[in-house]
Design a protein. Structure first.
Length: 424
């Protein structure tokens, strides 16, 4: 492990920037001050007045290994995370084998130990095979997973979800739920809104999401489980969570960058606009932003979900659900929410680092004595999103071709450089 001196950094703290140098030794931040000198054996890196933040935390990604390495690998996914400023990510369990027992989880853990560029904290499945029929071996996996989820599938049985919540409470773990009532889908694949009706597509109603959230909030209140709602997309969902928090339910939730920037009127006949839940109406988008501002929506997670070009090349109806997002998340949110004044930069850092770190228990502040998990962005640099340049193996993103501000110049995880892009 090398020692470093980061010169000409702009540290963002307490809502403002101040120029500093940052010295790092043995993986930890030694000093943050102006005018630091070098020390023996330290590599000097000039950040050219880039903004420095604590490393981001994404509690919802798909790294596709084991089982689907033609879509993504632990290595490519974590390099993508590093390029996006992330130092900790949580991969979902829709894998082969599904991590529903310690034996199956160990297959994934071995790949993580071998190939991960950043901190990787896997989920364990709620039910065996994510089939919703019997509980997975939660106790055996508990020491090794960040939480339990059947992401990609809603747990359809209320009794099953109650049992899962009771077990998770005893184990001190979070239940992170993909909320979707299968009986309300009716073959839909995009939002049941203006675009679907005007282009002859089958729609997914918002009720399929919020009705299961309502059920789970009741169960979380009854059981005392720590509950987290994945990828909230609908206005009704935000309001249900807002009211539950006011009642004291132990609930947090996330939304994704694409739900905050796009509405369904921006859809195109292209698989890069297809994900689950779908991009919804402008009313929903505005409700999500209001939820960010009042604290109802706790964090932004990308739901980074790479697929092959063939799987995403069949239009809105035929393509697989899921888009990539790790490499564009900060820049998209900075460009579309912070620069126009909708969201403060401090709030964005809370959404990408502070709040997920607090809830899930990993990720460290940018401070002396802490592990050197940090990222540096040139906020003045703009670029056009070109998926061909991505580190991820996935290429499908609704942000393709969009001009964004904020280029990641450096990411360090545990004091090691995991991404560096020289200033052009």
């Amino acid at each position: 492990m090398s020692n470093y001196l980061l010169k000409n950094a702009m540290l963002f703290a307490d809502g403002r920037f101040r120029p500093v140098d940052i010295s790092i030794s043995d993986g930890r931040i030694v000093s943050i001050a102006k005018g630091l000198g070098g020390f023996p054996g330290a590599a000097v890196i000039d950040l050219h007045h880039s903004a420095v933040f604590p490393g981001f935390v994404d509690v919802h990604v798909h790294l596709r290994e084991p089982g689907f390495s033609y879509k993504e690998t632990i290595r490519s996914g974590t390099l993508s995370a590093a390029r996006g400023g992330y130092t900790h990510v949580c991969p979902m369990p829709n894998l082969d084998p599904v991590p529903d027992s310690l034996e199956h989880l160990e297959v994934q853990l071995e790949l993580i130990r071998r190939d991960a560029a950043v901190g990787v904290h896997p989920y364990g499945a709620i039910t065996a095979g994510e089939r919703g029929e019997v509980l997975a071996e939660l106790a055996g996996m508990a020491p090794y997973v960040c939480a339990f989820s059947d992401d990609g599938r809603g747990v359809q049985s209320e009794d099953m979800m109650r049992s899962a919540m009771e077990a998770a409470r005893r184990l001190g773990k979070i239940i992170a739920a993909h909320c979707e009532d299968d009986s309300l889908l009716n073959g839909g694949y995009i939002h049941d809104g203006v675009y679907a009706r005007s282009h002859g597509h089958k729609g997914i109603c918002s009720r399929s999401e919020w009705s299961q959230i309502a059920r789970d909030l009741k169960l979380a209140e009854e059981t005392g489980c720590r509950y987290h709602v994945c990828h909230v997309s609908a206005a009704e969902s935000v309001e249900l969570i807002r009211k539950a928090k006011a009642r004291g339910v132990d609930v947090t939730c996330e939304t994704g960058p694409h739900y905050l920037v796009f509405s369904d009127i921006a859809l195109q006949e292209d698989g890069r606009f297809k994900m689950n839940p779908p991009i919804r109406s402008d009313r929903d988008r505005r409700a999500l932003i209001a939820g960010l501002l009042d604290g109802t929506v706790d964090m932004v997670a990308t739901d980074h979900a790479p697929h092959s070009a063939e799987e995403k090349g069949r239009g809105l109806e035929g393509s697989h659900m899921g888009v990539v997002g790790l490499e564009t998340a900060f820049a998209a949110l900075y460009t579309h929410l912070v620069k126009p004044g909708t969201l403060s930069l401090g709030k964005l850092v809370d959404l990408l680092h502070t709040n997920p770190a607090r809830r899930f228990g990993f990720g460290t502040p940018l401070a002396e004595g802490q592990p050197a998990d940090l990222t540096a962005f040139d906020l003045e640099a703009k670029y056009t999103v070109d998926p061909a340049d991505f580190q991820t193996m996935g290429r499908a993103t609704p942000f393709a071709g969009m001009e964004l501000y904020g280029v990641c110049r450096l990411t360090m995880a545990g004091g090691s450089i995991v991404w560096q892009e020289e200033k052009q």
